[in-house]
Design a protein around this ligand. Sequence first.
Ligand code: FAD
Length: 345
Amino acid sequence: MSNAIVSTEVVVIGAGPAGLFQLFELGLLGIKAHIIDTLRQPGGQCTELYPDKPIYDIPALPICGARELVERLMQQIKPFGAEFHLAEEAVQLERQDNGRFRLTTSAGTVFDTGAVVIAAGVGSFQPRRLAVENVADFEGTHIHYSVKSAADFHGRRLVIFGGGDSALDWALDLAPKAASIALVHRRAEFRGAPATAERVRALAAEGRLRFVEGLAQSLHSEAGALKGVHVKAASGELQLLDAEHLLVFFGLAPKLGPIAEWGFELDKKAIKVDTERFESNIPGIFAIGDINIYPGKKKLILSAFHEAALAAFAIQHHLYPAKKQFLQYTTTSPAMQKRLGVVAA
Ligand code: FAD
């Protein structure tokens, strides 16, 4: 938790392909930026939803894996040294009397910034919650969507929900250390890596982990403490699994979140922008990528790249209205090449 105010020219919200390329375009113009993302790694949908799928419509790259695209973008923006604030959600944004913005993250980081770029895609990725009554009463204490410290679960009675890699990996990791452990998944087949799934099945066959095919039905608590969870099997049979802690790994789903409250003109949950500056109805706040909408908008990575280039010029004009703007080519501009670090300073 840091409360020191970070003063900067631009903050970009969202480190998907749009936000990452925005850092490049700002960097070419010599503008310093910080970038925030709720996720622990950059890449947005590419990394979170389809890392291993090939993309075929990135100009000049006939085929490029989604994760590879993010790695290439990270390499391309490296010279500009933008600061990353990962695993932080932008939660509050206020326009100050001097025209600058105060932006606060979930980790307590506060920015004082001249402009903001919203590159928040389809929203900030949040864990899919366990769909049972009173779940909120136990979240963070007895119901967990990530493991911050594995030692907290040693010697405890655990039920893990999910069938993907996170659920299987934690089941394997915690099985020898927990007092008891059950893995609940709605189907007998797992989505996780086949080798990991095999090891989980072997543990279950040895009786060192209980596997239950079913869905969480309701929580069982006594005097405010979680004691277990009722699980409904495919057959309709209801069983009570003893548990102090539930670890739930249902993946992440995007949610527009706090951005919806910041006073933007929205259309179908997207921020309306013009197509010259990609600026929202709030001067100094720009929106690019999947989060914006304008006539003819296509939610494609290449559209986001174009929007980032034009937004960078608009941001420069917003920050330094007196500065003369002219187009420079990276092939021939000594200033840009210096910023890129491709010629001696
Ligand atoms: P995103 O990639 O959604 O990134 C937005 C980021 O913002 C996220 O990481 C999110 O966590 C973060 N964020 C949101 N709110 C906050 C907040 N308040 N605080 C902090 N962080 C926040 N496009 C193509 O061009 N070609 C394709 O072949 C293609 N294939 C696709 C296949 C699939 C399966 C899917 C799902 C999409 C595909 N797309 C494709 C679409 C493409 O992935 C999106 O257009 C692109 O990811 C949009 O980039 P973005 O940076 O705008 O948003």
